[in-house]
Design a protein around this ligand. Structure first.
Ligand code: NAD
Ligand code: UDX
Length: 468
């Protein structure tokens, strides 16, 4: 299908659709890029003249938006019009885990993808390339093609070609990942459509980095890439527990094994367990697909990667409880960081949620500080209102929102580092220790605290994987 792409539409203005389209618009000023979403509030935030109000925090995003928005990048709720005008449509909608019915808890919920395909089928008027940008179970393109086929039969002017072009960006590093990707993967059948998409990327990506495959390899590679990454985190986290009991130090072990070039040094930092919207859902989806094809052993192998992750979350709260004499009633615990990792305001599947809920359940009073996560977001994640008085009211667990780091330390029995924000890396332990109620603890799940310094200031320190 020979399509000269002048107008792009992206369905879904989320963590992937927004930054991805912003970078395409930035690198291709000759292409008009329209990002649409059902969520009017999200579109309004993308259009807000105050760039600090963008719905997503991502280093470097503001600058790209400033350059392109209103020039060749537009955010809109007008889905029909923008689909009609587009030569190429990216589907970048959410694909969470199904919560009920067959496959609940594992399979992807594809209702938003199907709805997008139906919108395209209804509103597109001409030859259109449809690109799967969302992470999807292998063979989803079959479904999309079937939906589109119907409208092709009813209208001769309409013709569709479906491509898979999964997104590999990591939040917090999205703009850099998009501007300088390790690879771009394009799966498809129709050579001309593949080349049309390739031509867009060639505006800034080297040809050797653009990999073209069949549709199914492309769809499956995305799930497998995330599963392999997550597997490293579960592996290193399982060893962190062994280090703690044997006197080994996980940082030394990571360094030693990471220097083997066959393994490599990245993605070996032990922590409170992986979070984010992708890993758990994508691995469980892989588990579901394996079960569907009767591959029981394959399914249970990958399921264990997720199981170790939940075990690591639980392990942290158990350690805190044990060190604080088995009870958290009337104790204040400062929480440093709530997002699932640094440099993002995203809290989806953040280990902080599970761990904070456990500590509240034990009767602890949590004082939570995160530089980017809002009070409302934490309320929604914990399912519990902020305790505005911020005082230790009794044995019932509660939480208070802190605007300043120092507020988490005032009178605290312990502080718990859950996210590796830079500002937590060089805290003045000498001054902060004086604010706490002694004996006091620092629990560092990210391995960023200088334990020698903190201990020299009279603090007890527990650090993940540190068995000294
Ligand atoms: P998100 O929830 O932030 O954004 C999805 C958006 O799609 C929402 O704003 C929603 O309102 C909109 N939407 C849903 N159905 C729609 C419809 N029919 N018409 C118009 N808008 C619609 O999700 P996300 O984090 O951007 O993820 C999107 C996809 O990309 C998922 O499949 C995810 O697995 C994949 N992915 C995510 C990341 C990441 O780091 N977040 C990285 C790579 C891939
Ligand atoms: C991930 C993939 O990296 C990305 O390629 C894919 O497109 C989407 O899913 P993301 O979820 O944004 O990206 O974050 P990532 O940086 O991969 O981190 C995932 C989780 O693993 C975080 O909770 C992080 O704290 C944790 N992690 C990561 C570790 O605990 N240790 C590490 O060494 C690396």
């Amino acid at each position: 299908m020979a399509v000269d792409v002048k107008v792009i539409c992206c369905i879904g203005a989320g963590y992937v659709g927004g930054p991805t389209m912003a970078v395409i618009a930035d690198k291709c000023p000759h292409i008009e890029v329209n990002v649409v979403d059902l969520n009017k509030n999200r579109i309004d935030l993308w259009n807000n003249s105050d760039l600090s109000k963008l719905p997503i925090f991502e280093p470097g995003l503001k600058e790209v938006i400033k350059r392109c928005r209103g020039r060749n990048l537009h955010f809109s709720s007008l889905i029909e019009e923008n689909i009609k005008r587009a030569d190429m449509i990216f589907i970048s909608v959410n694909t969470p885990i199904k919560t009920k019915g067959i496959g609940a808890g594992k399979a992807s919920d594809l209702k938003w993808v199907e709805a997008s395909a139906r919108q395209i089928s209804k509103f597109a008027k001409k030859e259109t390339i449809v690109v799967e940008k969302s992470t999807l179970p292998v063979r989803t393109a079959d479904t999309i093609q079937q939906i589109l086929k119907e409208s092709e039969l009813n209208n001769k002017n309409k013709k569709f070609s479906v491509l898979s072009n999964p997104e590999f960006l990591a939040e917090g590093n999205a703009i850099k990942d998009l501007e300088n990707p390790d690879r771009v993967l394009i799966g498809g059948v129709d050579e001309e459509s593949i080349n049309a998409l390739k031509k867009i990327y060639l505006n800034w990506v080297d040809e050797e980095k653009i990999l073209t495959t069949n549709l199914w390899s492309s769809e499956l590679s995305k799930l497998v890439a995330n599963a392999f990454l997550a597997q490293r985190i579960s592996s290193i986290n399982s060893i962190s527990a062994l280090c703690e009991t044997t006197g080994a130090d996980i940082k030394e072990v990571s360094l030693a094994i990471g220097m083997d070039s066959r393994l490599g040094s990245k993605f070996l930092a032990a922590g409170p367990g992986f979070g984010g919207s992708c890993f758990k859902k994508d691995i469980l989806n892989l588990v579901y697909i394996s079960e569907y094809y009767g591959l029981k052993e394959v399914a249970s192998y990958w399921e264990q990667v997720v199981a170790i992750n939940s075990w690591q979350n639980k392990r942290i709260s158990k350690i805190i409880l044990a060190k604080l004499f088995g009870t958290l009633a009337k104790k204040k615990i400062g929480i440093l960081g709530f997002s699932f990792k640094a440099n993002t305001n995203d809290t989806r599947e953040s280990p902080a949620i599970r761990i904070c809920k456990d500590l509240i359940e034990e009767g602890g009073s949590l004082y939570i500080y995160d530089p980017r996560v809002s009070l409302e977001q934490i309320e929604s994640d914990l399912g519990l209102k902020n305790n505005y008085q911020g005082n230790l009211t009794g044995d019932l667990g509660n939480w208070s929102y802190c605007k300043k780091i120092i507020d988490t330390f005032e009178g605290a029995d312990a502080v718990l580092v859950l996210t590796e924000w830079d500002q937590f890396k060089d805290l003045n332990w000498e001054n902060l220790s004086k604010l706490m109620r002694h004996p006091s603890w620092v629990f560092d799940t990210r391995g960023i605290v200088d334990t020698v310094e903190a201990k020299s200031c009279g603090l007890n320190v527990w650090q993940v994987g540190n068995g000294e």
